[in-house]
Design a protein around this ligand. Sequence first.
Ligand SMILES: C[S@@+](CC[C@H](N)C(=O)[O-])C[C@H]1O[C@@H](n2cnc3c(N)ncnc32)[C@H](O)[C@@H]1O
Length: 348
Amino acid sequence: MLSDDAAEAVVEAPRPAEEGLFGDFEVDEGDGDGERDSSYGGEVESITTSISDSAIDYKFEHGRRYHAFQDGKYHLPNDDEEIVRLELQHLIWRQCLSNRLHLCPTPNPLRTVLDIGCGTGAWAIDFAEVHPATRVIGVDLSPIQPTAVPPNVEFLVDDITAPWIFDQPFDYIHSRAITIGVRDWGALVAEVWRNLAPGGWVEFQEYHAPFVSDDGTIARCAAFERWNGLLLEAAGKAGVRLDAIVGVPGVLAERGFVNVGRAATKWPVGPWAKGQREKRLGEMVLDDVAGGLEGFSMRMFTKVLGWSREEVMELLEQVSLDMRSGKMHAYLPIDFLWAQKPLDATEE
Ligand SMILES: C[S@@+](CC[C@H](N)C(=O)[O-])C[C@H]1O[C@@H](n2cnc3c(N)ncnc32)[C@H](O)[C@@H]1O
């Protein structure tokens, strides 16, 4: 819950149409056959990296590869399969924002930008290309970024949940889809504050679980509904709130940020919504989530819930069938959140 002061500090979100976000998603009643239209195009290519230190002494569990630095901190894999999924997901984020990279005002000056939990580095690279005079740094537990990158972008292996050590403040700090890696948002926001220049901006772009359906149709898909609940339970036991972003506007305002803004949209799972653009997005999200099922679940379910690999795979087979059945109008809620450090901020 926001305190009264904090609630007042959250500015009215921009109307989705103005920012290129999706508006309401209306169920397309004529689309009950669950048939796929894979016409969104855009082949997703794998990327390769080459960094040689203990950060690539990767861990392997149940056929998936995980980060080595701060072993066990993050529950999703970092192997080629996950890299390809993240590249697809990057296209979804871009599609979702009508190709924009952020919703906050473009910071001025824009000398340095930090992307925390940068994954494959796709956002950082795109941002660096658009702003060639800006120095862009991406930080992640895994060195899975490409080596051929614009000259103004660099990547570091580090833990964003530990105190940050940078020699100069940033004008803009960006993060996207890091919820599963963050247990203490108060501490993270404090680091963002400490490492932003006065007048600088932060933007969080996050999805939050559980998956929901406004018309209750998730209940038609028993395996998906069960998995949806179990993922929440496992994450909770691991100390991660999958809906944490909902409380972050208050954390930002309490910390002293101003011009706190937010906008929300949805990622429909499958082509169930009216409209070509909506269907296209739904197809991409279905591929993203279906392709990520094993990655989201394997470490969570085996390590946290004590399941065997076979039990996990058996459930996921059913979940995958549910997702492609066309019986449910499920979506993932998406939040965009931005805020500015006051120009006259003096304390670190
Ligand atoms: C779902 S991926 C999103 C990647 C990227 N932001 C994007 O949107 O394409 C989450 C990323 O956060 C990274 N991550 C999670 N916890 C982290 C931590 N404590 N420190 C640094 N990176 C972390 C993971 O390694 C992973 O690459």
